[in-house]
Unconditional design. Sequence first.
Length: 78
Amino acid sequence: MPQQFGDFTASELYCPKCKRSQPVREKLLLVLPRGELYEFLCSQCATSLGEREITGPALAARSAPLPRARKPRGLLRG
């Protein structure tokens, strides 16, 4: 079966401390050889509400090094 949807990221999750659905912040926990591990934190009380791991080719495309800017070699004189 072909994949129908791309990656999803939670914007709100239920917080047991606040006792309601709250907006979440995503925090990078670990960079692993196979991907990256993120944690979802309640934006109100900072309680950990879950984790997600990003793996695969999408990760490699995102973490490709950016091209370096060239340094000027000197002033040109006319």
